[in-house]
Ligand binder design. Structure first.
Ligand code: AP5
Ligand code: MG
Length: 195
């Protein structure tokens, strides 16, 4: 089993690259953002609680997302690996994930971080707002807040995995296909070491 984290700020291309990666490697894709938006669409109590936080660009409480991931891991036995997108986003989430994976006798094989400058991230969110219907894309203050929350709460997650020597940084600017090729070459290499 090979599990990986696609790491990066809002708008860095995690979702875009995840779609290509799951097709090639048959990972089970776990995006906490997508899982939360599906709760919102179904108007569940969890979704209603999450919506007001997401609309402001704030994080949903750790115990909520950790619970969702724990359920998803249990619901998908026998997959060849998990691709985590937008999770973990705090050090507490990273520590909880490590424990959950250890319990299942597996671990994170690689953390690939997409590097994209802030003005490009904003430009991508502004552009996506035209079609995504995502309320957290439309407002400039919310976009800025998401980037601030990323720097304050989520960047430390990279250090958590750097200590375990698992982080590879990739340039996230360029064509989707060129970035995908770079990603695949990192993953292939990490998978070989992992075997
Ligand atoms: P989430 O859904 O995870 O959003 P995010 O991290 O803010 O990231 P995005 O989905 O906006 O960007 P992305 O990196 O996936 O980029 P994409 O491929 O779409 O989280 C949303 C909210 O949910 C959070 O704010 C929080 O409230 C809550 N939440 C989620 N997880 C949580 C957690 N673990 N803990 C607590 N709260 C949580 O690309 C962006 C745009 O750029 C697209 O339009 C795309 O077409 C375009 N694009 C992609 N690649 C390129 C390229 N190479 N060149 C040009 N354009 C490109
Ligand atoms: Mg995404």
């Amino acid at each position: 089993m090979f599990n990986m984290i696609l790491f990066g700020p809002p708008g860095s291309g995690k979702g875009t690259q995840s779609e290509k990666l799951i097709e090639k490697y048959r990972f089970k894709h776990l995006s906490t953002g997508d899982l939360l938006r599906s709760e919102i669409a179904r108007k569940t109590p969890l979704g209603l609680e999450a919506k007001s936080l997401m609309d402001k660009g704030q994080l949903v409480p750790d115990e909520v997302v950790i619970g969702m991931i724990s359920t998803a891991l249990e619901a998908n036995p026998g997959v060849s690996g998990f691709l985590f997108d937008g999770f973990p986003r705090t050090t507490a989430q990273a520590e909880a994930l490590d424990k959950l994976l250890e319990f299942n006798k597996t671990e994170i094989g690689a953390v690939v971080a997409l590097l994209v400058p802030e003005d490009e991230l904003i430009a991508r969110m502004v552009n996506r707002a035209k079609t995504s219907g995502r309320s957290d894309d439309a407002d400039e203050n919310v976009q800025r807040n998401r980037l601030e929350v990323y720097k304050r709460d989520t960047l430390p997650v990279a250090n958590h995995y750097r200590k375990k020597d698992k982080v590879v940084e990739l340039n996230g600017v360029g064509t989707v296909d060129a970035i995908f090729r770079e990603l695949c070459s990192v993953i292939d290499q990490k998978m070989r070491i992992h075997e």
